[in-house]
Ligand binder design. Structure first.
Ligand SMILES: [Zn+2]
Ligand SMILES: [Zn+2]
Length: 367
């Protein structure tokens, strides 16, 4: 048996004993969880907003479904087809599980993997038992785990499971951030701040950080934002003109506006703000998860030769990001605000849920 945090149905989680996972497929890896964390999507599940997780939990009402899709593990045992890992290895468990051989994995779009045990690449704590437990079974270990060198702090590594690749792939790379660019980041939660850190490694001329919380803006400044703007104190029009003004003197002949606007909130107002901020040739990289339609201002945008991108992380840049963490160009542990013991996870959920008061960004849980 082992202890795990399971989702029992809308509003109900429980830290209790359940059977320890076993190898079910020859491509499985069983790992001891040495660090895990809680994500905003766990809160969506808890609210009952993710029907497939509620369905998976109700299949086994006494046990529920183990939540979590981010962890660092120490490999305990491996299936007979596993070639890359052996007991004792320390690995990043990615939020995306990839079979490595289906149509989408071959297209390098692992987010849509349909060769694994769920309906997309996101299966942990969504459709199968996740990582908020003492042990975890990782399907397709060879193509889903990333071995890490000894001695790198778990706080840095844990950010590579989800927030860092999400913001890098769907924000920074999809938006095409380049040296000398002007970049606006709208929304400074863990993903927005991760976007800031990874964008900075590509040396844009400006990073304009936009949020309504002064403490988050202060963090953004410490992380390397060249300008910060608090939206709470401004009308949309004043906010837009302030950003445009900042981009006035970047290059001779260049019109006002940012080259890349990275949306990390997921509400109409912030997406529509991005539409107003981009210059000709610019991009809006939408990272936020939206629940409502937004107004597409095509009457203004059609002539701008601009690009709008969306997506779910494929985690195919994890190795590249890991190299940057190991060589010191990237330190995502700056985003971590709280540490708890794994068996205090119910308390950690309360702290994470109440982020407005507790100022929680990312929480690390260790055994
Ligand atoms: Zn996550
Ligand atoms: Zn696949």
């Amino acid at each position: 048996m082992m202890k795990a945090l399971t989702y029992m149905g809308p509003g109900v989680i429980s830290w209790h004993s359940i059977p320890k996972p076993k190898i079910l497929q020859p491509t499985d890896v069983i790992g001891k969880v040495v660090a895990t964390t809680i994500c905003g999507s766990d809160l969506h599940i808890l609210k009952g907003d993710v029907p497939e997780t509620t369905a998976a939990a109700s299949k086994n009402p006494e046990k529920g479904l183990v939540l979590g899709h981010e962890a660092i593990i120490e490999v305990e045992s491996v299936g007979k087809d596993i070639k890359k890992f052996s007991p004792g290895d320390i690995c990043i468990v990615s939020c995306i599980t990839s079979c490595g051989s289906c149509y989408y994995c071959k297209k390098n779009l692992q987010s849509h993997c349909n060769g694994n045990e769920g309906t997309s690449g996101w299966i942990f704590g969504h459709e199968i038992d996740g990582t908020q437990s003492e042990y975890v079974r990782v399907p397709f270990g060879d193509t889903s785990l990333f071995k890490v060198p000894k001695g790198v702090s778990y706080d840095k590594l844990l950010m590579l499971c989800d927030a860092m690749p999400t913001s890098y792939e769907i924000g920074v790379l999809a938006g095409g951030v380049k040296q000398g660019d002007s970049v606006a980041i709208v929304g400074l939660g863990p993903v927005g701040l991760s976007a800031l850190l990874s964008a900075k490694t590509l040396r844009p001329a400006q990073i304009i950080a936009i949020d309504m919380d002064d403490e988050r803006l202060e963090l953004a400044k410490q992380f390397g934002a060249t300008h910060t703007i608090n939206t709470g104190k401004l009308t949309t029009q004043a906010l837009t003109s302030e950003v445009l003004q900042l981009t006035s003197n970047l290059s001779p002949g260049r019109e006002q506006g940012v080259d890349v606007a990275i949306e990390c909130v997921g509400i109409p107002a912030t997406f529509e703000l991005c539409e107003d901020l981009i210059a000709s040739g610019g991009s809006i990289a939408n990272v936020g998860v939206h629940g409502k339609s937004v107004e597409l201002k095509l009457q203004n945008l059609w002539i701008k030769n601009c690009k709008i991108t969306t997506g779910l992380v494929s985690a195919n840049t994890t190795e590249e990001l890991l190299e940057k963490v190991v060589d010191g160009t990237l330190d995502p542990s700056l985003i971590i605000t709280h540490h708890f013991k794994l068996d205090e996870i119910e308390k950690a959920y309360e702290v994470f849920k109440d982020a407005k008061t507790t100022k929680a960004m990312k929480i690390v849980l260790t055994p």
